[in-house]
Write a protein that binds this ligand. Structure first.
Ligand code: FAD
Length: 397
């Protein structure tokens, strides 16, 4: 059965150079990159906290910026956010990765850390405010209004009701490709997520992160249940099962131990993503894409090297970029590109590309001059290609 929703007029409550949907690490990075490149930016977030899974989802490990063999792979805003994640919290940057640190130790100790999610969220608030970004918390994007192959407006909903916001360029950093999907882009869903119930507890002396989850290794048939990330029933069941799992875990401890913090958004790793003309795949290890805008390692093991192709951030819509865990990647690569540092990397690339597209009057985001994009990223301490690391010149590979 279907009903026809009555047509109604909506107020347009703002017009920006760039509208970013979702303020996880990818959305915050995209918004920062864009605003620091002189653009007016509105950042829309459904929750009331910045950071997405990293904060509301209490995923408190900033996975490595290095390749596990002593080489730094990611810099830029991603490295800035790693440092911000511990600015007000208890985590620490490994000393060998501080300036002048021991290069030998860098081969053994990865450039990653544990942070306190609430402290990270507070630091993100400050960064966003300093950059002059117009932040809308508690605001959900429900649909895109297109004209031809361009998005003109996003329809948003919050306590004020339903309204529209216009922008020249839109960035989907929702983690769920919600804007790309609404704009009619080709998308793919991952429906085999394993249960996770990370939580914090306090036993009278220690405030502890408990990583409770089904193992990520082994065949799917060994797992009790697999979950999609879009279906309402799946997401609801995931949340309920996740809380029962962590509760059972907590009940093993003495009566003095109490659950102090649980995720307030589903800890679902992969949901829906853009399915663009190019999907990064695990087999692209070692490949330098012609349109590489960054590089990254594999958080699961030392050694692999990947480049981030710009084409994984764009679809058919002329003024839409995608960032974070919903960029165009195969299922196997999805497990690598969803790490916090890589999400921040694709966020910065998308935000910088949006600003550049406006500066040079590009007809579509796909046609931004790659040399100029790479130069801007290099100027912000990004690393485009692990093979030419340290070079501050334009990468022509
Ligand atoms: C159980 C688990 C363990 C993990 N472990 C680690 C780890 O140890 N280290 C690591 O680096 N990574 C880990 N990850 C992965 C990592 O946390 C995420 O992939 C990454 O944080 C995603 O960032 P993002 O910005 O792309 O998306 P998200 O963090 O999902 O942010 C998207 C944001 O968009 C908002 N949003 C969504 N839809 C709308 C809408 N319609 N309107 C407005 N706002 C919207 C959401 O509220 C959210 O804030 C883990 C993930 C999970 C689930």
């Amino acid at each position: 059965m279907k009903i026809v929703e009555p047509a109604r007029e909506l107020p347009v409550k703002g017009s920006y150079d760039v509208l970013v949907i979702g303020a996880g690490v990818a959305g915050v990075s995209a918004a920062l990159a864009c605003a620091r490149n002189g653009k007016s930016v509105c950042l829309v977030e459904r929750e009331y906290i910045l950071g997405g899974l990293a904060t509301a989802g209490i995923v408190a490990i900033y996975l490595p910026l290095c390749d596990g063999q002593g080489r730094q792979m990611i810099g830029g805003i991603s490295e800035e956010l790693l440092k911000e994640s511990v600015r007000y919290g208890s985590g620490e940057i490994p000393s060998c990765w501080k300036e002048g640190g021991d290069p030998e130790l860098r081969q053994k100790i990865r450039y990653k850390l544990r942070f306190d999610p609430p402290a990270f969220a507070c630091a993100l608030d400050q960064l966003v405010a300093q950059a002059g970004i117009h932040l809308m918390l508690g605001t959900t994007m429900s649909s895109a209004v297109k004209e031809g192959q361009e998005i003109r407006y996003c329809i948003l909903e919050n306590r004020e009701g339903r309204f529209a916001v216009s922008a020249k360029i839109f960035i989907d950093a929702s983690g769920d490709a919600v804007l790309a999907w609404s704009a009619g882009e080709n998308t793919a869903e991952f429906v085999r997520n394993r249960l996770a119930g990370w939580y914090y507890s306090y036993d009278g002396s220690e405030y502890k992160l408990n990583i409770v989850q089904e193992s990520l290794k082994g065949p799917d048939k060994e797992v009790k249940c697999l979950y999609g990330g879009i279906s309402t029933d799946d997401v609801t069941q995931f949340c309920l099962d996740s809380r029962q799992m962590l509760l059972q875990h907590a009940l093993q401890f003495s009566m003095d131990t109490t659950i102090t913090q649980i995720a307030t958004i589903p800890q679902i790793r992969m949901t829906r993503r853009l399915k663009g003309t190019l999907e990064i795949d695990e087999s692209d290890e070692g490949r330098v894409f012609q349109d590489a805008v960054g590089c990254f390692g594999d958080w699961r093991k030392a050694g692999p090297h990947f480049t981030l192709p710009y084409s994984a951030l764009v679809g058919e819509t002329k003024n839409l970029l995608v960032a974070g865990r919903c960029i165009s990647a195969s299922e196997s690569a999805g497990d690598i590109i969803r790490a916090i540092p890589v999400c921040a990397l694709s966020g910065e690339a998308a935000g910088t590309a949006a600003a550049l597209a406006l500066d040079c009057g590009a007809q579509t985001v796909r046609s931004v001059p790659l040399d100029s994009l790479r130069l801007r990223l290099l100027q912000n301490n990004n690393i485009l290609n692990w093979k030419v690391q340290g070079e501050k010149t334009n990468d022509k590979s």
